[in-house]
Ligand binder design. Sequence first.
Ligand code: NI
Length: 169
Amino acid sequence: MALLDIRLLGARVLRERAAPVTEITEETRRLVRDMFDTMYDAEGIGLAAPQVGIPERILVVDVTEEDESRHAHALVNPVITSFSRDTEKSAEGCLSIPGIEETVSRPARVTVEALSPDGEPVHIEAAGLLARALQHEVDHLDGVLFIDRVSPLKRGILLRKWRKLRADR
Ligand code: NI
């Protein structure tokens, strides 16, 4: 088991657009395993490669839904191909911004196309928490954080709280 160093808000890699993976290799699969280890260790439900300093389009999620069904996915080059019109509001946090949570409105359902770490096509129709986690992680691949998806007023409050949390450490 290998734990990777999670980059925090302020790290430039979190604000860059990650590059598509051009060749899936054993190294890709090792990164995915390490990302799962890192995510579980941090008790998160999703992690994107830029969060561990790798600017590539790779993410992992593991969401257990209210009906106790478990959804673990590792996705390479994920693309959200459709968003529902209806939206849902729910609290979100991020392993790169620990201690900060805010309600974020997002499309309630999405369709995602991607490759598995074995290079097989993956098609996911997601709703609920899985849809939210996938949107949050794909945002990371575009340098977008959940605090960008709240009002400027709320974002200002969150950033002040974040700075205070960091200063108090
Ligand atoms: Ni995040």
